[in-house]
Design a protein. Structure first.
Lengths: 449, 399
């Protein structure tokens, strides 16, 4: 029985620079990096050292809290540098790629004939466990807990997001293999959400509940879908996977190799030709963007404009990301910018902001904050873009003053930072919502487990 | 280059110093800052607090201009009653405006000057940026005081209101009571003879009291409360050709402002509508009491109780309070359900206090301040509803 999801509250942020549906294959980068930071809440214990030769799929480090959780090298090559920050925290492991790639062989498997424990062991060994994330807390799943359901969102509603119907086309076999495997991990259902009008390769999967999603962003956020399909309660856990990671898992079962190559959308007004490319996770940004990028005062983001991470050209593609966005920086003053009529920016109010007149227009937004950080003043605005049955401002305030009882009672288990990306975008007081939520969730995880 | 570059250099120079907030406050009025996003969303919507506050000020401007003309009109009409026969013809005159310029503008200047000075001092001492809350408060204050309020009194009240009403709680966004109403309440309790009675509402009535040229400055509410006869027509009341606090008289312009606030999505239509609704219901109940002969003409409450319910919405400060005071997002209820309850009770209590308060026939200020105090409680129970729903979901699962 599938349940369709329709939401009304939300906001589609339409930007210039959607990726054209052509895919270029990018040649191998010279350097790749795996950053422990991409795996939130993990303390890395290094396996590889500087100078270690690794194959693609071989573990670089493991999680201090559970040594079965391995983090693999995306390519074969030599670990050339371990970048450390304050208090010797590992920031990145840099790998110089071999010109011909060698893969560690994990052996092909038929998921249908495997037990839950066997699937788990296989995912641990191959370094695929980090693809399994959990709610609450939005971190890598704790393998000792039993999830009540597993959720996959194959509908991307974020600004300029990669069209998953396009990037996953032809991957049916991998997806089915992965779904067969991960459905062993739960007693409950596997819920897959696809766009209402899409011809997603996921809509024909067997062994899953398919949900058709429509409505503005954040309808594609898995958090929204969980809330509408089977809301999370205290003491429960659900696991979450992205479809592009399912492809990697599926390919592993079918070929025995860990192949982190995926289709990346290059989006945003600062790309001269926004399009799709294939690249391996952890690739150097400059190699992926090649000559396509106009890098004059440009913000490069690994991910989308709402929840992605700022990177430089010599930085690296995030482990989970399937999108690079480049938009202009906004580090300039604007004369009387606070009171003159605004036509070139998006707003949910009509306070001499005119984006409500042109709902179809695509905007070229820059990174200016359009105002300074203030205390919470305006009320009732967040609710218009926030589809969950949660009081967003009350929850944010509870997360700021860190009252654990309130954080729990107001719905702290049901949210991830990305669920508060839109409220942060429209926030008149320019409060850092996602940061507040992230820090609060870390505290809850520490104190409540 | 030029100004923009010079100001940027100055900003860099002041960075980290004590005076930085003061400089930035002025700088950001000229230029939207060059700040860029870090860490969270990489893009931000166009609205900031300055823009939001600016919309409210714009909604208030018609009331201010009307109030300036009305200051003169009420003065001359009190001297020569025949002017009231044709209010429109005798209203928009330069003589009337001049009275407004000499009586109303100084109130605006003192309100902004003193209030912003206090804000700047606190920002410099506490090292935070100057927040925009006072921009609206500073405009509201002169609009809700009688025209003859002495400037020094206003200055003292503003200092009290900003410091005790707002800054001690942590500044804009943290206060419990509406700062503008705190200022007015301070005036009302500290200098009652200047804030009520039958003289202060019309320019010069105080000076001329007891002389041969004495003029009346009684408001409609005052007349009703004293069971006096009221000379104004319903249209006078609607368009605002009546004595009263400077900006509160014209229900027409206030509703225009309300329409603007609701259209721009800055003001909460829930609060505005429910406040009017609450007031109408209370007024209607009183009308029914009179109709049932429970209260007779000999009662001192008869005048106001017998006032038709829709007239209650037009006179006194009800419309102004509903549109500009009750809607202050910081001190009102913050949940959508809570806003309905909060507004309804504010309007309901306003009329109740108006009728039963023997000393001062207006209840809007006290009703809204009271509801300010109760707003967090209302929100608490609304949010508890959400929490209970969540707990119930867990119980159903585990049961």
């Amino acid at each position: 029985m599938s349940k369709d999801i329709r939401i009304k509250k939300g906001l589609d942020i339409k930007l210039v620079g959607a990726a054209e549906k052509t895919t270029t294959t990018i040649s191998l980068s010279s350097f790749y990096a795996v950053r422990p930071e991409d795996f939130h809440g993990i303390t890395p214990k290094l396996i590889a050292r500087e100078g270690t030769e690794v194959k693609a799929g071989e573990a670089l480090f493991y999680s201090k809290s559970d040594e079965r959780i391995l983090f693999p090298s995306p390519v074969s090559g030599k670990v050339v540098e371990i970048v450390r920050g304050a208090r010797r925290k590992v920031l990145a492991m840099k790998i110089a790629a071999d010109s011909t790639q060698e893969y560690k062989d994990f052996g092909t498997k038929d998921a249908a004939k495997m037990s839950a424990e066997e699937v788990k062991e296989y995912l641990f060994a191959s370094g695929c466990w980090p693809f399994v994330k959990q709610r609450p807390y939005d971190v890598i799943a704790n393998p000792n807990q039993a999830p009540k359901a597993i959720f996959v969102s194959a509908y991307a509603s974020a600004p300029l997001a990669a069209d998953l119907d396009f990037t996953l086309a032809g991957k049916d076999a991998e997806l089915q293999a992965a779904i067969t495997a991960i459905s062993k991990l739960t007693e409950g259902k596997v819920h897959v959400s696809v766009g209402a009008n899409s011809n997603s390769p996921l809509s024909s999967l067997s062994g899953v509940d398919i949900h058709k999603v429509s409505g503005p962003h954040p309808s594609g956020n898995v958090g929204t879908q969980i809330a509408k399909i089977d809301p999370l309660n205290k003491g429960e856990v659900v696991w979450v996977l992205t479809p592009q990671d399912l492809v990697v898992i599926g390919a592993l079962f079918l070929t025995g190799k860990l192949n982190l190559t995926r289709t990346i959308a290059l989006t945003g007004s600062k790309f001269s030709k926004p399009q799709y490319v294939t690249a391996i996770a952890g690739a150097m940004i400059a190699d992926v963007t090649a000559k396509n990028l106009e890098n004059d005062n440009t913000r490069i983001i690994s991910g989308n404009v709402l929840s992605g991470k700022e990177v430089k050209e010599d930085g690296f593609l995030g482990y989970y990301d399937n999108q690079i966005t480049a938009i202009p920086e906004g580090d300039d003053y604007e004369l009387f910018g606070w009171n003159k009529p605004v036509f070139n920016k998006i707003s949910t109010s009509r306070a001499f902001t005119f984006s409500w007149l042109t709902p179809k227009k695509k905007y070229d937004l820059n990174t200016n904050t359009n105002g300074e950080h203030r205390a919470f003043v305006v009320t009732g605005a967040y609710e218009q873009v926030f589809p969950l049955d949660i009081y967003p401002m009350q929850l944010l305030k509870a997360f700021m003053y860190k009252d654990l009882d309130e954080m729990e009672a107001l719905g702290g288990y049901e949210i991830a930072p990305e669920d508060f990306a839109l409220t942060e975008f429209i926030c008149v007081s320019k409060q850092p919502h996602q940061k507040i939520i992230r820090e609060g969730l870390d505290l809850m995880r520490e104190e409540l487990g | 280059m030029g100004l923009k570059q010079n100001l940027h250099n100055l900003k860099e120079k002041y960075k980290g110093t004590k005076m930085a907030p003061a400089f930035n406050a002025i700088h950001t009025f000229l230029y939207l800052p060059n700040e860029v996003t870090h860490g969270g969303t990489h893009i931000k919507a166009a609205d900031d607090l300055k823009r939001t506050m600016n919309i409210v000020i714009m909604a208030l401007i018609p009331c201010l201009i009307f109030g300036m003309f009305n200051a003169g009109y009420q003065h001359y009409a009190a001297i020569d009653g025949s002017l009231r026969a044709a209010p429109l013809a005798n209203f928009f005159t330069l003589d009337n405006l001049w009275i407004g310029v000499i009586k109303v503008l100084p109130l605006v200047i003192v309100s902004y000057g003193i209030g912003l000075l206090v804000e700047f001092i606190f920002a410099v001492i506490k090292g935070h940026e100057v927040e925009e809350g006072y921009l609206v408060t500073g405009m509201l204050v002169p609009l809700i005081v009688p025209v003859d309020t002495p400037l020094w009194m206003l200055a003292v009240a503003v200092v009290f209101g900003v410091v005790i009403g707002k800054e001690v709680f942590g500044g804009t966004g943290m206060n419990i009571l509406n700062p503008a109403l705190t200022i007015r309440a301070f005036l009302f309790f500290a200098y009652p003879t200047w804030m009520s009675g039958d003289k202060v509402w019309v320019y010069d009535a105080v000076n001329k009291a007891g002389t041969a040229d004495a003029i009346s400055g009684e408001t409609i509410l005052g007349s009703y409360a004293q069971n006096h006869e009221v000379v104004y027509t319903l249209w006078d009341k609607f368009f605002g050709f009546i004595p009263g606090s400077i900006g509160e008289t014209s229900t027409f312009l206030i509703l225009l402002g309300a329409a603007f606030l609701i259209f721009t999505k800055i003001g909460s239509w829930r609060i505005i509508l429910s406040t009017f609704l609450g007031a109408a219901v209370m007024g209607f109940i009183f009308n029914q009491i009179v109709a049932a002969d429970i209260i007779t003409e000999s009662s001192k409450f008869y005048g106001l109780m017998n006032t038709v319910w829709y007239e209650h919405l037009l006179i006194g400060g009800l419309a102004f309070g509903a549109v500009f005071m009750a809607t202050d997002p910081v001190t009102a209820a913050q949940t959508n359900k809570g806003k309905w309850i909060y507004g309804f009770l504010a309007g309901f209590l306003a009329i109740m206090i108006r009728v039963f308060n023997p000393a001062y026939p207006e209840g809007v200020m006290l009703a809204i301040l009271l509801m300010n105090v109760f707003a967090p409680t209302i929100d608490h129970y609304v949010v508890q509803g959400n929490i209970k729903k969540r707990l119930k979901r867990t119980k159903v699962k585990t049961a």
